[in-house]
Design a protein around this ligand. Structure first.
Ligand SMILES: *Cc1c(COP(=O)(O)O)cnc(C)c1O
Length: 418
């Protein structure tokens, strides 16, 4: 469920007409619903209330400060993957004791910053990284908590680019190496290895791969009598973009809760998309319509630089008119919705059956709240879109649209070229 619904042929975000916002904010812009965001966070919280897990929202899915603040204020922790995300987490007022830090390439300075801030856990992805954390902790005279990320070698049915818990991907460590690390715990006097972590992929629609991965990890811990107190089961819960039969938080809980309860560990979860995905849309305007012998195109003012998921993952996003016209059922036609970028891969949707749209009409690209703005770029020297958040009966521009001067910020022409 989400708060983008039609009333009298007008798309609303909560109680505000999207077309009204588009009169005041230039398109394209991302539009987020506070209520949807918090509802989805609470859905997970409620489904797992028996074990009170620490829910760390995955910052990389949507890192806008207002979005992070909203979740943090409602009790969420944060899952970060870089020094930049740590910086965002601090600005959002996150409790360091609710921050976990994953990623295969944490650099020494990033590690030191996170230690100084006092985060809950590093999710460690290699032996060299563990060595680096030991070094950093010793230099700061601190004792640091870590969890070891295990690659449980399971195959979730999702796109190859968002599969992370399979052998052969760069993520986590194989069971043998993890075992070795636990045997050699004493080598890391400034580190407390207190947990294990898995994150098997993203947009996973059923609980089976999660169950399998958790079982594998629990069996492993038992077999080698490895003592820890935290189990982090990662994120990856899939959502409905079109006709997916995605599990609900309750169904997911039904499958994995018994295992988690029995384990006795404190549980950490890292949902991203599940919380932010359907909390946001991308609002865009038709710049031109173009008829060709084979196809009709709607050329819109947003592009792969704003939302790369269709180009990168062959992802499907529903595209709908923001205002439904009276005669729309008679005029519907099949079109490709494309952006202005000079790449054939620049499209938001192909072969979409849409009411006839004309220059200036507004479209909404649905389910764009996760991996939308955060993956956007300035390709083709396009300023990035604004971000708008609806709270109660008001909307707030939580990131202004970029300007041309933003595009060249930090660039200089050497004097020899002048
Ligand atoms: C990306 C990521 C997540 C969130 O994944 P979703 O599919 O958005 O839930 C969680 N944990 C880690 C380590 C990640 O890299």
């Amino acid at each position: 469920m989400h708060e983008f619904t039609f009333k009298n042929n007008q798309l609303y975000c909560e109680n505000i007409r999207v077309s009204e916002i588009a009169k005041k904010v230039p398109t394209p812009f991302y539009l987020y619903s506070y209520k949807t965001l918090i509802d989805h966070y609470r859905k997970i919280k409620t489904a797992f209330r028996e074990i009170k897990p620490l829910i760390c929202f995955s910052v990389k899915s949507n890192s806008n400060l207002a979005v992070l603040r909203a979740l943090v204020k409602n009790g969420a922790g944060l899952d970060i993957v870089s020094g930049g995300e740590l910086y965002r987490a601090r600005l959002a007022g996150a409790d360091p004791k609710k921050i976990v830090y994953a990623g295969v390439g944490k650099k020494s300075d990033e590690i030191k910053d996170a230690i100084k801030f006092g985060i809950l856990f590093f999710n460690v992805e290699s032996e060299e990284e563990l060595g680096e954390i030991q070094k950093a902790a010793a230099s700061l005279n601190k004792k640091v908590n870590v969890a070891i990320r295990i690659n449980p070698d399971v195959i979730p049915r999702t796109h190859a680019y968002i599969t992370t818990g399979k052998g052969g991907t760069k993520f986590g460590l194989d069971f043998e190496t993890v075992h070795k690390i636990f045997n050699w715990r004493w080598r890391y006097p400034n580190i407390n290895i207190r947990g294990v972590h898995i994150h098997i992929g993203s947009q996973i629609l059923d609980a089976a791969p999660f169950e399998k991965a958790i079982k594998k990890v629990l069996d492993f811990l038992k077999e080698y009598k490895i003592e820890i107190d935290y189990l982090n089961i990662g994120g990856g819960l899939g959502i409905i973009y079109s006709i997916e039969n995605a599990q609900t938080a309750n169904n997911f809980a039904k499958s994995v809760l018994p295992l988690l309860k029995k384990s006795g560990f404190k549980i950490i979860m890292e949902p991203g998309r599940f919380i932010s995905g359907n909390s946001g849309i991308l609002v865009t305007r038709v710049v031109y319509t173009k008829m060709t012998p084979r196809k009709k195109f709607l050329i819109v003012d947003s592009a792969m630089s704003d939302l790369i998921r269709p180009s990168l993952y062959e992802a499907y996003h529903k595209i709908i008119p923001v205002v439904v016209k009276e005669d729309s059922s008679e005029t519907s036609e099949t079109v490709d919705v494309v952006g202005p970028i000079c790449e054939s891969g620049d499209f938001l949707g192909k072969s979409r059956f849409l009411p006839r749209m004309v220059k200036g009409d507004l479209l909404a690209v649905m389910g764009a709240g996760a991996y939308g703005f955060t993956m956007s770029s300035n390709y083709n020297a396009r300023p990035r879109a604004a971000e708008v958040l609806v709270i109660k009966n008001k909307f707030y521009v939580v990131r202004r649209p970029e300007t041309y001067s933003d595009l060249v910020r930090g660039e200089t022409i050497p004097s020899v070229l002048k």
